[in-house]
Design a protein around this ligand. Structure first.
Ligand SMILES: [Cu+2]
Length: 194
């Protein structure tokens, strides 16, 4: 038993020192708007406040914020974020009331990638309209990022997924049971013949 205890202590010590935050991942501290809050339609500024400054990367690469409709997963505009100290920010123009998902991706200084998402609700009591709905991703030259040249952060939700899955499952069950039925029938016929 003592032998086991000694090795357990050594192992615990090793794990403690190797896992301890000699290098710590960058952590998301807070967001604005906060998770599950309701905001008025308009040009909504999104700020993600991190523990440390994200890695300096070109606009539209690595450090990204995107906005998507919660019900369909449809991403509205490209993904982008400006780095301001320890914050990532962008502005999204939203007019239709409903639930939206804010998706983000961030590269910390040690190269680790973190990502996440949270939901907000938009109400429109001010009759806000905009011809340019979604994330506002304009580079320093005022040119908008091309969303088609990016991998979308948000995946579209297949509305019929559940239905087709149950149809396929149903077909498999029917096929298997008829197959089993044929085998049983043949067996009983063999027994009769014997
Ligand atoms: Cu790390």
């Amino acid at each position: 038993m003592p032998k086991f205890s000694v090795s357990a202590v050594i192992l615990a010590t090793f794990l403690t020192f190797s896992v301890s935050p000699a290098h710590a991942h960058n952590e998301l501290i807070s967001t604005s708007p906060v998770t599950d809050s309701t905001v008025e339609a308009g040009n909504i500024r999104i700020t993600l406040h991190f523990q440390e400054a994200p890695m300096a990367l070109p606009f539209g690469e690595g450090n990204l914020i995107a906005i998507a409709k919660s019900d369909t997963g449809e991403q509205l505009g490209p993904a982008c974020a400006k780095t301001e100290g320890t914050d990532l920010t962008t502005s999204v123009s939203l007019s239709s009331p409903g639930q939206y998902k804010i998706l983000w991706r961030s590269v910390s200084d040690d190269g680790h990638v973190a990502s996440g998402d949270f939901q907000i609700t938009v109400k429109n009591n001010i009759a806000y309209t905009s011809e340019h709905i979604g994330n506002q991703c304009f580079d320093e030259q005022g040119k908008e990022l091309d969303a088609s040249k990016q991998a979308a952060l948000s995946k579209k939700i297949e509305q019929n997924d559940g239905f087709f899955r149950s149809v396929i499952l149903g077909s498999v069950v029917i096929l298997l049971s008829s197959f089993a039925g044929v085998i049983l029938l043949k067996r009983s016929q063999k027994k009769k013949a014997a």
